[in-house]
Design a protein. Structure first.
Length: 376
């Protein structure tokens, strides 16, 4: 019996909006196009999976029994498409290669299993499967797929988290200011995907009413779609080229000798202490390397192995010391915190407060108010 109640309508509306937003993303022409196509595919796959939930909840399967099992395999594409989308935004010059097709294996395996056990059965057989599913006695392949789905979702949740972590580390090794390189959008995406994973576990394990879960999934589709349309590039202009310089993470094959490393360390300290190059808020690893005439990979190796610091921490350490000098200067006691931040090489007051407290254990205002900060 069909029951298109408000829950089913909200679920179907969420899917319809997801399909529309996916089409908008597919039709976007502004470069780079690949992230738009991958995010559109992600939304389409998520919406198709959500449509299956609406068919099950509303009783539409009783009228269209051949739709049984059609929508479920598409959830196997959600994780892979999200992972590839993250790579397309965080890996310079990323392009799809034949090896990336392996990410479609979970979907293909599920389709093959359903083709053998469900798709080619008669309408009467499928109606019987639906009735048994409603009494928690569905076909074994359907139950097995639910667990397989959980494993795939968890695997790609881990892969997405690792990709973000790897990119955040790359950013800290290349840039001295992170304000223009926001990971909030990707973190939101991974968080939404994580919520979807939790919802799948709840549906598989607990006897929880479906309505709140279906509404939550419709809201996830809506938020991701609308944010995705207006999301700017992760890289600020000019930053993508700098990240493309990707210094070596492992230095086993490095040709840098001990004498060269000693010289590089001396040059680094000299250019920071004499030239105060850290006052440039847009200073990057390639920029610093060019200043001292060394390859970025060598500079990164000296920072990581000798000084045990990322480029970000190395440069901002000097900026904090500069800010401390200003805060201790009685002639500048009336200077505002924002002005001190900018004069020290920071791009914003929030970044200044965060980095300063991490280095000193107190905020700039607290440091300035200390008796020890006042000479005499």
């Amino acid at each position: 019996m069909i029951s298109l109640d408000w829950i089913s309508l909200i679920t179907l509306a969420g899917s319809a909006i997801g399909f529309f937003l996916a089409l908008v993303l597919f039709s976007m022409r502004r470069p780079p196009r690949l992230p738009h196509l991958l995010l559109g595919g992600f939304l389409a796959a998520y919406s198709l999976s959500n449509t299956g939930a609406a068919f099950t909840h509303s009783g539409l399967l009783a009228v269209y029994p051949h739709a049984f099992g059609v929508f479920m395999p598409f959830v196997m594409l959600v994780g892979p498409l999200l992972y590839l989308y993250i790579l397309s935004l965080t890996v310079p010059d990323f392009r799809l290669r034949p090896l990336h097709a392996l990410n479609g294996l979970p979907f293909l395996v599920t389709e093959a299993m359903f083709a053998v056990t469900i798709y080619f059965h008669s309408a009467a057989d499928k109606l019987d499967m639906v009735r048994r599913l409603q009494t928690n006695a569905g076909p074994w392949v359907y139950e097995a797929t639910i667990w397989f789905r959980g494993v795939v979702l968890l695997a790609y949740l881990v892969l997405c988290g690792l990709a973000l972590r790897r990119y955040a580390r790359t950013v800290r090794d290349n840039f001295s200011a992170l304000e223009r390189i926001s990971l909030n959008w990707l973190r939101l995406l991974v968080a939404a995907y994580g919520v979807g994973f939790v919802l799948v576990l709840i549906l598989a394990q607990a006897d929880v009413p479906d309505p709140p879960l279906h509404i939550a999934e419709a809201l996830i589709i809506l938020v991701i779609g609308l944010r995705g349309l207006t999301q700017p590039e992760i890289f600020a202009p000019g930053s993508r080229a700098a990240a493309g310089a990707r210094p070596a993470v492992k230095y086993e094959r490095s040709s840098l000798t001990r004498e060269q490393a000693d010289r590089a360390e001396q040059l680094l300290r000299a250019v920071m202490e004499s030239d105060k190059i850290y006052l440039d808020e847009e200073l990057s690893l390639p920029g610093l390397s060019a200043k001292i005439g060394l390859a970025s990979s060598y500079v990164s190796q000296v920072l990581n192995e000798r000084l045990k610091k990322s480029f970000y921490d190395f440069v901002n350490g000097y900026r904090v010391e500069e800010a401390q000098r200003i805060l201790r200067d009685p002639r500048k006691s009336d200077q505002k915190i924002l002005a001190i931040a900018l004069d020290s090489g920071f791009a914003s007051k929030p970044a200044f407060n965060r980095v300063f407290k991490r280095h000193t254990g107190m905020t700039p205002s607290e440091y300035k108010a200390r008796p020890a900060a006042r000479p005499g």
